[in-house]
Ligand binder design. Structure first.
Ligand code: HEC
Length: 144
């Protein structure tokens, strides 16, 4: 493995440790009801390709060192947490080489795209981009 890759992984690990994950448990509207719009997910996809795909993969499936943002591994690690937790994680630590660079709206668009990739349904209302509102929405397993 190249040393730049190792430095990168180490940096990510430190960032994660520093940021931590606040687990906010809230009574919540279900993802099955459709909490984002198609349009929002499309915007998120554009952004994802530019800023996230290089590490997490075009298909969001990650690799040996970078976690998947879709499918069973993703759902297993996020189930029971809220979209607020995911929002916090992304806005504080991602993209790994330039954390804090995303606007709240961009972060919400990315979450919409991540939900879409995991087959949670789209709806008529766009996902909000505030921590308070997102912390109300609990992550449960998608219906397949
Ligand atoms: C330079 C590589 C890199 C880029 C670019 C990158 N990530 Fe990451 N990402 C990582 C690594 C490594 C981890 C695992 C360590 C951690 O959780 O911080 C991670 C973890 C995550 C997690 C937590 C996954 C989990 O289940 O724990 C999310 C969500 C995430 N990234 C979203 C994004 C989004 C959205 C973008 C684009 C804005 C992005 N990442 C860009 C490397 C990257």
């Amino acid at each position: 493995m190249k040393s730049t890759t190792l430095i990168l992984i180490a940096t990510c690990a430190v960032l994660t440790a520093v940021a931590g994950l606040q687990v906010v448990r809230a009574q919540a509207p279900s993802l099955a009801a459709g909490v984002y719009t198609e349009e929002q997910a499309k915007r998120g996809m554009g952004l994802y390709k530019e800023q996230c795909a290089a590490c997490h993969g075009e298909d969001l499936k990650g690799n040996e060192v970078i976690p998947a943002l879709t499918g069973d591994p993703f759902v297993t690690s996020w189930q029971g947490k809220t979209l607020g937790d995911l929002f916090e994680k992304i806005s504080m630590t991602m993209p790994a080489l330039n954390p804090g660079s995303l606007s709240p709206e961009q972060t919400a668009d990315l979450i919409a795209q991540i939900l879409s990739a995991s087959k949670y349904p789209a709806g008529k209302t766009a996902l909000p981009s505030t921590m308070d509102a997102l912390a109300q929405i609990k992550i449960d397993a998608p219906k397949r």
